[in-house]
Design a protein around this ligand. Structure first.
Ligand SMILES: Nc1ncnc2c1ncn2[C@@H]1O[C@H](COP(=O)(O)OP(=O)(O)OP(=O)(O)O)[C@@H](O)[C@H]1O
Length: 253
């Protein structure tokens, strides 16, 4: 999957994504990092084909993503987004069934055993008949992940998946994503705000600023004080923590 010289601006707004060319590494974990408003979520939308570039192309296996039907796109890419439609009345298994909807005509006709394996993957098999609202925030996030996995995609997109989670849940979710990537060869593309989490989790990162790609590279290539200070417009230092490795800190009090 790749973006070739992509430009995009929201209707009525000036250009946001500028001359963006980059390739999503297949079978790896890619994180997109950068300031608030830099265009990270917009890049996910462009990669998913939910918005189209004003110029340039987004291609998947050499084909423009825009040429794919919704059903074919759903079979390729699933998104766990920040905003969930509120389905409080629904049971856990019904929420997971929404991930199968692109391949069925009605939610009601999807058999339970079609979604149970995905609930097992996220360790929520026993919660199948519970209302979504009865689960903790961290568990609910895993239900949405199960719904995305139920699409059986090749690409899993996650937009700030750890934002509302405590550090324990963050750790568990990241470990699960690494496991899915390793065992199911899922290509993962995440927007993460925590630079250290992104550096620890990812094979590759895209560092962006004001809609432009500043650097695409391995964690080692992104671990550069000048580069990060420029991107975030803050004095940044990299320290080394024993039994952890390099850790990015910002120096303003
Ligand atoms: N639907 C929209 N219509 C108009 N402008 C939008 C829309 N969505 C986002 N924007 C604007 O585009 C810019 C980039 O937004 P985007 O959500 O891609 O940034 P981001 O890097 O993901 O930010 P954050 O880290 O705050 O989530 C912002 O200025 C935002 O206000």
């Amino acid at each position: 999957m790749e973006l070739k010289q992509v430009n995009y601006g929201y209707p009525g707004s000036k250009n946001l994504i500028t001359d963006f060319t980059a390739e999503v590494p297949t079978g790896k974990i890619l994180s997109i990092i950068g300031q608030n408003g830099a265009g990270k979520s917009t890049l996910l939308k462009l990669l998913m084909g939910s918005i189209s570039p004003s110029s340039g192309t987004v291609e998947i296996a050499g084909q423009p993503i825009a040429a794919l039907s919704n059903r074919k796109r759903a079979a390729k890419i699933a998104l766990v987004s920040q905003q969930h439609q509120v389905y409080d009345e629904m049971t856990v298994k019904e929420v997971v069934k929404t991930g199968r909807l692109p391949f069925h005509s009605l939610l009601a006709t999807i058999p339970d055993d079609e979604v149970q394996p995905f609930l097992k993957t996220v360790d929520l098999a026993d919660a199948s008949d519970q209302p979504l609202s009865s689960l903790s925030g961290g568990q609910q996030q895993r239900v949405w992940l199960a719904a995305a996995l139920a699409q059986e995609p090749q690409y899993l997109f996650l937009d700030e998946p750890t934002t509302y989670l405590d550090i324990r849940y963050q750790h568990d979710l990241m470990a699960l994503i690494q496991k899915l990537n390793a065992e199911q060869q899922l290509t993962v593309v995440m927007v993460l705000h925590d630079i250290n989490q992104a550096l620890k989790m990812s094979d590759q990162l895209w560092l962006i600023k004001a809609g432009q790609l500043i650097k695409a590279g391995s964690p080692a290539a992104i671990l550069d004080e000048q580069l990060l200070s420029d991107a975030f417009e803050l004095p940044i230092r990299i320290v080394t923590i024993e039994n952890y490795g390099p850790y990015v800190i910002q120096l303003t009090a």
